[in-house]
Design a protein around this ligand. Structure first.
Ligand code: GUN
Length: 295
């Protein structure tokens, strides 16, 4: 059996054109456009690239973006001051603090400084706490796992009662992913670098989300036939046959997995485009929330 490809690029484009229409309607109704504030500290080239892509995606759907770029040696007070300025700015409805921050900064304190109503990245400790609690709902959920939930829906996954395995336990992907699957009534197991006999755990899963950051780590013969596989990994590997000398691969060995899975995402063209789409969804939602509260 060959798996169906879950096309994240196509789903993202569909969602973005819907957001563009809603943004136009928002502007017609309120006389201003939604705005995203982006905070970037330091000169990590990958972070700078993500920020460029996020700002470009906003502009393409009619959302303005305001960037504040601080040097790598910025102090805690300077970073929080920028966040507070954005909290107070009525033209900024959503705020994104690009992670990781340089090591000398207290990441939790910076994320806590973001106004709850403007937490477009869903990483405020209160939003994450609500995500972790039964019967509570966060205002916003983190972009990457939210994008994965849409991809699962697109694949027709039945989450209720399903066995889901999340590989990786990072604060921005693995952990919130597990919480979101749990809220959707899946039975969730989280695997990580210390997990013993990961293969036998993955073998039980109807749904596998791989977010461990190791190139082609999960092999096809680990999978239960028919499983739905979401590959969050974006790993740069050397490839002399590619004109750039490198290419990107996921955390799943695609060639073997596609023969066993029922549906699978590709890298690139799977989770990546959805992550940025979720940020713009959240920014529009934040602006709509702010417009409602202003009435
Ligand atoms: N760095 C890598 N992914 C993300 C993300 O989704 N949000 C933020 N803020 N930083 C990131």
């Amino acid at each position: 059996m060959t798996a169906r490809i879950i096309d994240g690029q196509q789903l993202a484009e569909r969602m973005r054109s819907k957001i563009a229409e809603e943004t136009k309607a928002f502007q017609a109704a309120h006389g201003y456009v939604p705005g995203l504030g982006v905070v970037l500290v330091g000169d990590n080239p990958a972070s700078a690239q993500y920020v460029r892509m996020k700002r470009r995606a906003c502009e393409a759907v009619g959302i303005t973006s305001v960037g504040q770029y601080l040097p790598a040696n910025a102090t805690q007070e300077e970073v929080e001051a920028v966040v507070n300025q954005m909290n107070a700015d009525p033209a900024v409805h959503g705020i994104l603090v690009q992670l990781p921050l340089p090591n000398h900064l207290d990441e939790e304190a910076v994320l806590r400084a973001v106004s709850l109503e403007k937490d477009a990245d869903g990483l405020h400790p209160i939003n994450i706490g609500r995500l972790a609690m039964k019967g509570r709902d966060p205002l916003f959920t983190p972009a990457t796992p939210t994008g994965c939930m849409y991809l699962l829906e697109e694949a027709g996954a039945k989450l209720e009662g399903a066995r889901a395995v999340v590989i990786g336990r990072s604060n921005i992907v693995g952990t919130p992913m597990a919480l979101m699957l749990m809220k959707a009534n899946a039975t969730v197991t989280v695997c990580h670098s210390r997990t013993r006999d990961m293969q036998s755990i993955v073998r039980e899963a109807d749904i596998v989300v791989a977010a461990i950051g190791k190139p082609e780590y999960v092999k096809g013969d680990w999978l239960k036939p028919g499983a739905i596989v979401i590959d969050v990994g974006t790993n740069k590997i050397d490839d002399p046959t590619d004109s750039r000398g490198y290419r990107f691969v996921g955390d799943v060995e695609f060639a073997s997995a596609v023969e066993v899975a029922g549906a699978i995402t590709k890298v690139p063209g799977g989770v990546g485009p959805m992550t940025i789409t979720m940020l713009i969804v959240n920014t529009l939602k934040a602006a709509q929330h702010s417009a409602r509260s202003a009435v």
